[in-house]
Design a protein around this ligand. Structure first.
Ligand code: GAP
Length: 516
């Protein structure tokens, strides 16, 4: 198939996700709701499997990590203490001609990404010229055009970081003007001042208006863990270092809502707070960076798809922070955050609640407010990473084409499709017998409509790793054909082996073992 540019590829992925029941726009019959999405029958399965892989890797595999499920609504003072009421803001700027609103930091980051794109082009050109002898590191430090562009990036980042740290919004605006950034709609540089905008959604609790008070939809799941720190520590008799994990919905009134499920207003997080002795945070920061990167790399995507990116501006609660970025079809973007949150949250909850949130350390014979190392990944972003990396448009040897989702088998929404070759002669009954044996362990799909080739294509398109076909021979030799999604090879196997083969090939345990 002719090579496709990444913008078109991304469009194809989005329409594929809809066509095959992965993701729908929310309330589509009313023309949708911006940046809100629903997961369809295959999407919900894939999402559940990713969540389970995370949960097992974090909770089940670590004796000192336990999981909870806290509510979305929390006492409003939680968000005062956490700093979200005062500091959970995005810097916004409007273009006066198009009346479009943008995040000032995103405008600057996109500008930097364009310069990075120029560097990458030079690097790839040189790689083509020099072949195996190419030394990228040397090229990046000696090629005059690359060096000049890298200096530009460094200068912008330094200036932008200083402006953010000083909360100097006039300077942020000046950077946009000096970089000659134009509005993509109007093409003009007619910008308003930059203002801060709080991202939390609020609503009222209580039925009588005089008694009602404002509460927030949680913008991160983490606070449900902090306020339960002592409950879990005491009831679980946990000893530091230990972690509390949870998955759940979070809500942010995102201004720049684009790139499909990358930036949503309602999304799901998978977070883990690791409670540690003060002073040990850098050691644990390193440990969790490596551990989380190993989890990502265990999925077997090509080398270089993930990278670390240190935060330019630390969040109000962090003393060290980085992202694990993934190369989405629209470039490298944040997939997971790893933050050293110090005692900021527990310390503030102590202050605001008046309750002690301390741990008695028997080794030191003293109490302290633990420090916290956090890993926080967006489930929807992980879903998008897997979907976009698995999606392939292929031209086959016979000249036909197929779209296949090469999802790691243990995460695939449907593990196996069972198909009678024809809808008669006792083949459906035999196929049903096989379904009845495997459905207890795996999400399987029974299908008898259309010719077998079409059925294979439909399963390829949703990423089903194995198809089992029952034909007339089956009634004689009690064997079936297993067809593999990735190679399209077919083999004859005894029905007796179907369960074992399937159990082995889609086993999440093998993926978990790779993490050790
Ligand atoms: N508790 C820390 C925290 O919430 P964050 O970097 O703001 O940190 C963590 O968010 C992760 O949540 C991100 O790395 C991203 O994967 C996901 N996330 C954040 N905002 C999102 C959004 N609007 N849509 C989808 N995922 C989002």
């Amino acid at each position: 198939m002719a090579s496709i540019n990444s913008e078109d590829l991304f469009k194809n992925i989005i329409s594929h996700a809809k066509e095959y029941g992965f993701i729908f726009q929310s309330s589509e019959i009313y023309d949708g709701l911006s940046a809100v999405y629903d997961y369809g029958q295959n999407g919900a399965e894939l999402k559940k499997n990713i969540r389970e892989f995370w949960w097992k890797a974090m909770v089940q595999m670590n004796e000192n990590i336990v999981g909870i499920d806290a509510s979305i609504f929390m006492h409003p003072t939680t968000w005062k203490a956490s700093g979200h009421v005062d500091a959970f803001n995005d810097p916004l700027v409007d273009n006066k001609d198009s009346k479009k609103r943008y995040r000032a930091d995103v405008l600057i980051e996109d500008h930097v990404a364009k310069i990075e794109g120029k560097i990458l082009k030079e690097v790839e050109k040189a790689r083509g010229r020099f072949g195996d002898a190419f030394d990228e590191a040397q090229f990046r430090t000696t090629n005059p055009r690359v060096v000049e562009n890298q200096q530009k990036i460094d200068a912008i980042n330094t200036r932008f970081k200083a402006a953010l740290e000083a909360n100097d919004l006039e300077e942020v605006r000046q950077i946009i003007i000096d970089l000659e950034i134009v509005c993509p709609i109007s093409g003009t540089r007619n910008w308003t001042e930059v203002r801060q905008f709080n991202l939390m959604f609020s609503t009222q609790i209580g039925s009588v208006s005089e008694e009602a008070s404002t509460i927030y939809l949680r913008p991160e799941t983490a606070q449900g863990i902090f306020v339960n720190f002592l409950n879990v520590q005491k009831t679980g008799r946990m000893k530091i270092p230990f972690g509390i994990a949870q998955t759940g919905k979070a809500f942010r009134n995102e201004i720049v809502a684009r790139q499909f499920i990358f930036r949503m207003r309602e999304f799901e997080q998978m977070e883990m707070q690791f409670f540690i002795k003060p002073g040990t945070e850098m050691e644990w920061y390193k440990y969790w960076k490596e551990t989380r990167m190993r989890w990502h790399r265990s999925l077997g995507f090509p080398e270089g798809k993930q990278r670390f990116h240190d935060h330019l501006k630390l969040a109000h609660y962090a003393n060290a922070a980085c992202d694990i970025e993934f190369e989405f079809p629209f470039g490298f973007k944040e997939l997971e955050g790893i933050h050293s949150r110090t005692d900021f949250d527990l310390g503030n909850h102590e202050k605001f609640s008046g309750k002690k949130l301390q741990y008695f350390d028997p080794e030191l014979n003293q109490s302290y407010v633990p420090y916290v190392l956090e890993t926080s990944i967006g489930l929807d972003r992980m879903f998008l990473a897997i979907l976009s990396e698995s999606y392939a448009e292929e031209k086959l040897e016979d000249g036909s084409e197929r779209v296949v989702l090469r999802i790691p088998p243990f995460l695939a929404p449907v593990k196996c499709a069972v198909m009678p070759l024809v809808k008669k002669d006792g083949l459906p009954e035999k196929a049903r017998e096989i379904m009845d044996r495997i459905k207890y362990d795996h999400n399987c799909f029974y299908e008898e409509k259309d010719n077998i080739g079409k059925r294979y294509r439909r399963q390829d398109a949703i990423g089903t790793p194995f198809c089992i076909t029952v034909d007339h021979e089956t009634l004689v030799d009690n064997a079936v054909t297993i067809r593999y999604r990735d190679t399209m090879l077919q083999e004859r196997i005894p029905i007796e082996q179907v369960e074992n083969i399937l159990n082995e090939k889609v086993d999440m345990r093998a993926a978990l073992r790779k993490l050790n």
